[in-house]
Design a protein around this ligand. Structure first.
Ligand code: ARG
Ligand code: ZN
Length: 466
């Protein structure tokens, strides 16, 4: 084997420590720690999330003035250092930061694009649990996604539609905003009396004072930042407990109420049906926010309480409910695996139709497979959408669901439904990857499925035979 001459090796070795010292500062990495990364390492959204620490809990206290559209916020994050941290980033865009403290002591901060860079007075050692407080305010603006859609804090005529997938959490609170980092949340929102502020999990309290109403919500199960909401509007509220003991809170814009009513009535039976297929419902609370937000163009599976831009049809209700298992409880580690969310939720729609007097999943599959090779359905393979621009495009949803149907045909119904339940159970309140799903499906079925997954998830163009 070729070896460089000894002289050059020596020269190289000598320069390395010098370069490292320059990078991390004169005292070196052990004494001063190192900065946390500005992103979670996701090539689709390189600045989403941050390295070096994990947020255990967010305590957000917000006040929103629906007429001026001004938001006042205070975020208290309980975090844990995963390395010796000299400084760290949070994701936050727009808004004005008026102060940052770390463990009660004011900390230096600066803004750089969507990064809020915080430098505490001293290095936070690995394993150290610390508290960050960020005071901020301003008029939140949604972020424009690579596909041209908007997400984040989206003002409406009577409040705001707040949906953060994939990158909108940073438009309304400072966050480690990548699904790799999941946390519990307390979200307290004050709005003008007569408006309702709806968030995730359980409503712990509600009080009206001096013409304003404060809603205190708690999501105690781990949640990705993009699934948090604080949707504000004029809503009709309905609350009840299902026979399975799930607490339901529905908030409906009166303009959508008559169209929404027959669909929302089915929520308990949809959740019970999905529990039968996927295993126990992963959360204690459920419900819906049916807003009137023309122009948004999508719904979101906000944890425990999906958010609709208008009255949903039954398929959409089934889809967002299925995400509670696939996407919310079992989270992505990278946005390129998005088919694990959208393919599964879409396949849930097909199964619902099949078992409720509609088309069989095979018939839905056949109609899609009949599309010509030039159809947009085959534009890219769903296991590798290529960029953030494609994550909500048809191939991810439809060909993702077709992939699951192929798995079902290959392993048979009994093993297929065992696989879905095992997936939800094994990765509950955690994360899963495409490779892990493939291994689980092979282990349960005892079949080799690498060819199937390669063809349906990773190969360009319309698969040859189905
Ligand atoms: N996950 C949502 C669904 O249920 C779609 C979110 C779309 N977000 C966006 N920014 N376009 O399919
Ligand atoms: Zn979806």
């Amino acid at each position: 084997a070729h070896r460089p001459p000894a002289r050059r090796r020596t020269a190289l070795l000598a320069t390395v420590p010098v370069a490292l010292a320059a990078l991390v500062g004169a005292t070196g990495p052990t004494a001063a720690g190192a900065p946390g990364a500005p992103g979670a390492g996701d090539p689709y959204f390189p600045l989403s999330g941050n390295g070096g620490y994990h947020v255990r809990h967010y305590d957000l206290t917000l006040r929103y003035d629906t007429s001026s559209r001004h938001l006042d916020g205070r975020a208290v994050l309980a975090a844990r250092a995963g390395q010796d941290l000299s400084r760290f980033d949070l994701d936050l865009t727009g808004l004005k930061v008026t102060g940052v403290t770390v463990d009660g002591t004011s900390a230096a901060f600066r803004r750089a694009g969507q990064e809020l860079v915080v430098t505490p007075g001293h290095t936070l050692r690995t394993g150290r649990v610390f508290r960050v407080t960020v005071a901020y305010d301003g008029t939140p603006q949604p972020v424009t996604d690579p596909d041209g859609s908007a997400d984040g804090w989206i003002p409406t005529d009577d409040g705001a539609f707040v949906a953060g997938e994939p990158q909108g959490a940073m438009t309304w609170f400072p966050a480690n905003a990548h699904p790799r980092d999941k946390s519990s949340y307390d979200i307290t929102i004050t709005v003008p009396q007569g408006r309702t502020a709806v968030s995730n999990g359980e409503l712990l309290g509600r009080r009206t004072e001096h013409g304003r109403t404060t809603f205190h919500w708690r999501e105690s199960r781990p949640m990705a930042a993009y699934l948090a909401t604080a949707t504000v509007g004029t809503f009709r509220v309905e609350q009840y407990t299902t026979p399975d003991g799930i607490h339901v809170y529905n908030a409906v814009d009166p303009r959508e109420a008559s169209a929404a009513a027959p669909v929302l009535k089915k929520l308990p039976s949809v959740l019970a049906w999905e529990s039968g297929l996927f295993g126990p419902y992963p959360f204690r609370s459920a419900g819906s926010v049916v807003d009137h937000a023309p122009g948004v163009g999508y719904a979101l599976e906000t944890q425990t309480r999906p958010l609709y831009d208008s009255a949903p049809d039954i398929s959409t209700l089934v889809h967002e409910s299925a995400h509670q298992w696939f996407g919310d409880s079992v989270s992505l580690t990278a946005w390129k695996d998005i088919w694990l969310n959208e393919g599964f939720a879409t396949y849930a729609e097909w199964l619902y139709a099949e078992q409720h007097g509609g088309d069989s999943a095979q018939k839905t599959f056949d109609a899609l497979y009949a599309r010509s090779a030039g159809d947009h359905l085959w534009a890219f393979p769903p296991g590798d959408p290529g960029s953030g621009r494609n994550i909500f495009d048809t191939p991810v949803y439809a060909r993702g669901a077709m992939t699951l149907h192929e798995v079902r045909k290959a392993v048979g119904d009994a093993d297929f439904f065992r696989i879905l339940r095992a997936w939800a159970a094994a990765h509950r309140e955690a994360h899963g990857t495409t490779a892990q799903f493939e291994r689980l499906a092979e282990r349960i079925s005892g079949k080799r499925l690498d060819g199937l997954f390669r063809t349906w998830l990773f190969t360009e163009g319309k698969p040859k035979n189905a």
